[in-house]
Design a protein around this ligand. Structure first.
Ligand SMILES: Cc1cc2nc3c(=O)[nH]c(=O)nc-3n(C[C@H](O)[C@H](O)[C@H](O)COP(=O)(O)OP(=O)(O)OC[C@H]3O[C@@H](n4cnc5c(N)ncnc54)[C@H](O)[C@@H]3O)c2cc1C
Length: 319
């Protein structure tokens, strides 16, 4: 680690390297213990360089975007966390939007609507970056990343660069070939291209406003990581959870949202283990009541081993 840090300092990253940085500052949940080291990057070349240097010196490295789909352990993350803010968006060819992976998905959606291109308007209220969305096949209101993605520029852990076509990413509901890999083996998304169609300005604006209105009505305003579980083949997860009488149920500072049962909210001071305990309880109750197993949409990240032991020893839940 020392040689690695020395190399980063020699390359000019020193002033931006944060030690023991609380990751609660970098997640929408407002939860997460410290990263040993954290750096925010704004250029794709730095993003790639840091990832390759970390590999060279055998230091674990994690790239996050807006931290809107992850639950980071209270014990934090060992090694280097890279917060991706490479935010470029351009249209080098009519109808093909190319975005750097740290660009916000909602910005790319609004950028395209303002220029009357159709295809991403469903995303105008979805948190997160292009990188996170490409990995998780983000979607809403009948649209998803897989519908328009042409290619994603990837950097493999061994340093190999690849322009992967849509089919190679093997998309499925809120998942992809990338998401199915363990994070240590997952290629980094550097850029992505989306094919859009010419649209009608008034119609696109009307659709976008409609989606945003629905989102405002149905999305809890408290801190969260969005939908915790994937929908099952038959039912939305929120419906199954609500049927178990769990709306409003609370463990520590983590609560099943009284507005939308598939959201767990941080009522203030929730720990990652509060959330993990609540997740386990929901899965157990839904299994007992409906015979359905709920699959996680959010990802557990970081040093969870100690946490799991703590959860197992912790006291009971309160309403
Ligand atoms: C209030 C709220 C509402 C939401 N509504 C929706 C919705 O309607 N639809 C939906 O699909 N999702 C929704 N989400 C979830 C979230 O917005 C998406 O999953 C989003 O795509 C995550 O992007 P991110 O940049 O925050 O990824 P992060 O949470 O930062 O990371 C997620 C995973 O992707 C990896 N990753 C991130 N960037 C890269 C990269 N460049 N290369 C490789 N791996 C990378 C991370 O390591 C991590 O494993 C919602 C979340 C919130 C908080």
């Amino acid at each position: 680690m020392d040689t690695f840090l020395e190399t980063l300092k020699n390359k000019g990253y020193g002033p931006r390297l944060l030690a023991d940085e609380p990751l609660s500052r970098h997640t929408t949940f407002g939860i997460g213990g410290p990263a040993d080291w954290l750096v925010v990057v704004e250029s794709v070349s730095e993003l790639a360089e840091l990832r390759l240097l970390a590999r060279k010196y055998a230091v674990p490295a994690l790239v996050i975007g807006e931290g809107s789909n992850i639950l980071i352990a209270d014990a934090g993350v060992r090694g280097l966390v890279i917060v991706n803010r490479c935010a470029g968006i351009e249209m080098p060819k009519a109808g093909v939007l190319v975005a750097e992976s740290g660009a916000l998905l909602r910005k790319a959606a609004r950028w395209s609507v303002e220029r009357t291109w159709e295809g991403l308007e469903w995303a105008s209220g979805v948190p997160g970056t292009i990188g996170g969305a490409v990995v998780g096949n983000a979607g809403a209101y009948g649209g998803c990343i897989a519908d328009n993605l042409v290619w994603a520029e990837l950097l493999h852990p061994d340093g190999r660069a690849e322009r992967a076509a849509n089919a190679a990413l093997d998309y499925s509901y809120r998942s992809s070939a990338l998401k199915r890999l363990p994070s240590s083996a997952r290629p980094l998304v550097l850029k992505a291209a989306f094919e859009l169609k010419p649209g009608n300005a008034a119609e696109l604006e009307r659709r976008m406003q409609g989606y945003n209105h629905q989102r405002q009505e149905r999305t809890p305003s408290e801190r969260s990581a969005g939908s915790v579980f994937k929908r099952t083949l038959q039912f939305p997860a929120g419906f199954l959870i609500e049927q178990c009488g769990l709306k409003g149920y609370q463990i520590g500072g983590a609560q099943v949202s009284p507005l939308h049962a598939n959201f767990i909210i941080n009522t203030g001071g929730a720990s990652a283990s509060d959330v993990a305990e609540l997740i386990a309880l929901i899965q157990r109750r839904v299994q007992e009541t409906h015979g359905q197993s709920l699959e996680l949409e959010i990802e557990f990240i970081g040093a969870w081993e100690r946490e799991t032991a703590a959860v197992n020893q912790k006291g009971t839940a309160q309403k």
